[in-house]
Design a protein around this ligand. Structure first.
Ligand SMILES: [Zn+2]
Ligand SMILES: [Zn+2]
Length: 139
């Protein structure tokens, strides 16, 4: 059973932020400042704190995902969706989705090692993106 997120009792500002993240779609990663300016472009009088609180609430409800890649100074937000890893370019800071999830067998084995339960795992990669690798090669 997977209740539709929009049936949750969301306030108007929560709904607005949720829609903005959904509309960006999978593969896009928005910083808080991006979310704020997008929210403001639709609702000019919305305050930063309102957007901030909405983002935090939506994250806590599991309706949007928060990621903080290695080396990034800020968190990014994306639609909650299938598990995947992230890659961040050291040179340009671009954050990309990587089609990778830790196999369930691995988490089960690790949980046994810990003697507890693993609720969540996050994988981040860093290095050079294709564009930056090209620029470096031609330099
Ligand atoms: Zn790059
Ligand atoms: Zn992602």
């Amino acid at each position: 059973m997977n209740p539709s997120p929009l049936q949750a009792p969301l306030s108007k500002s929560h709904r607005l932020v949720y829609e903005i993240v959904q509309e960006q779609g999978i593969g896009r990663h928005l910083a808080m400042a991006d979310l704020f300016s997008l929210a403001q472009s639709r609702q000019p009088r919305i305050g930063f704190t309102t957007v901030y609180r909405a983002v935090t609430k939506l994250r806590d409800l599991g309706l949007i995902s928060e990621i903080t890649p290695h080396g990034a100074e800020r968190a990014y937000y994306e639609p909650a969706g299938p598990a995947h890893a992230h890659f961040r370019c050291d040179r340009c800071g671009d954050v990309q989705d990587v089609d990778f999830a830790i196999p369930a067998t691995v988490t089960t084995a690790l949980a046994a090692q810990i003697g507890g339960a693993i609720a969540n795992a996050t994988v981040h990669f860093r290095g050079r993106c294709a564009e930056c690798s090209r620029l470096e090669d031609s330099a």
